[in-house]
Design a protein around this ligand. Structure first.
Ligand SMILES: NC(=O)c1ccc[n+]([C@@H]2O[C@H](COP(=O)([O-])OP(=O)(O)OC[C@H]3O[C@@H](n4cnc5c(N)ncnc54)[C@H](O)[C@@H]3O)[C@@H](O)[C@H]2O)c1
Length: 248
């Protein structure tokens, strides 16, 4: 147990992949988790798994790139479990396209879900955290934000922006009791792989120092650590569970 017992968590994109693993891992600490996703059925499936294991969780549908949906997601969480004190800003999607084929709409959608979505969720979560002088926000970036990614310029740009937003927020709120981090996973086996070409994945697997992709549960352990008092001396860092792809 990581000492999270006073937290109330909200995980966006909790119906699949990394978000599902984060919600399940946090619930295993005995804390209630609101699972938000575009897809209510998959969010509910995560909740069912958590409840079957003896945990507490509640599902809500919403698109984090839309202000009204963000408001509704947080209203559901507050009504069900009280103010969110642990936000995992995880919802996202990936897309591979040559730079000259990325439309302005593709670009706006990528930044809208990743950067604007995380920004709006953080704005929704922060006021009660600041009032309590306690809270944790974890923004899910990507190693591609460090490395850059040919064929995924809009995705890598959004993820680099998330790391910068995280550092800036951490500087602004570091003395309030609210702790803010980013986690930048490397390639991790989730349904997001369906959007990435087999060639890209094979090339990436071949160059990884560990010689394998990460599993969602390995990333969710990083989240549990950052959320815990064990990470009290970390401020604004981007943690990199990535099988050695980017070492910093
Ligand atoms: N899997 C990887 O290799 C990898 C690596 C680095 C970063 N990431 C990041 O991790 C996060 C989770 O990715 P994943 O691999 O679990 O993907 P995934 O496709 O398995 O899950 C993403 C979830 O987010 C939800 N979602 C997407 N857009 C949303 C929106 N606008 N509002 C609410 N929910 C939305 C989807 O419905 C889905 O349930 C993403 O931010 C992704 O960019 C993934």
């Amino acid at each position: 147990m990581m000492g999270l017992k006073d937290h109330t968590a909200l995980v966006t994109g909790g119906g699949s992949g990394l978000g599902q693993a984060m919600a399940t891992r946090l619930a295993s600490e005995g804390i209630p988790v609101t699972v938000a996703d575009l897809n209510l059925d998959t969010a509910q499936a995560t909740v069912d798994t958590i409840v079957a294991a003896g945990g507490r969780a509640s599902a809500v549908a919403g698109d984090v790139s839309k202000q009204d949906d963000v408001t509704a997601i947080f209203a559901h969480g507050v009504k069900t479990y009280g103010d969110c004190t642990l936000l995992c800003n995880n919802a996202g999607h990936a897309e591979q396209k040559p730079f000259l084929e990325i439309t302005v709409e593709d670009f706006d959608r990528m930044l809208g879900v990743h950067m604007r979505g995380m920004f709006m969720c953080a704005q929704a979560a922060l006021p009660p955290m600041l009032e309590k002088g306690d809270g944790v926000i974890i923004n899910v970036a990507s190693q591609l934000g460090h490395l850059g990614a040919a064929g995924m310029v809009h995705y890598a740009s959004a993820k680099a922006g998330i790391a910068g937003m995280t550092r800036s927020m951490a500087r602004e709120f570091s003395r309030t009791g609210v702790r803010i981090f980013a986690v930048a996973p490397g390639a991790t086996r989730t349904p997001i792989f369906d959007t990435i070409s087999d060639e890209w994945l094979a090339a990436k697997a071949a160059e990884l120092p560990l010689g394998r992709f990460a599993e969602p549960e390995e990333v969710s352990e990083t989240v549990a650590f950052l959320a815990s008092p064990l990470a009290a001396a970390f401020v604004g860092q981007t943690m990199n569970p990535n099988c050695g792809d980017y070492m910093a």
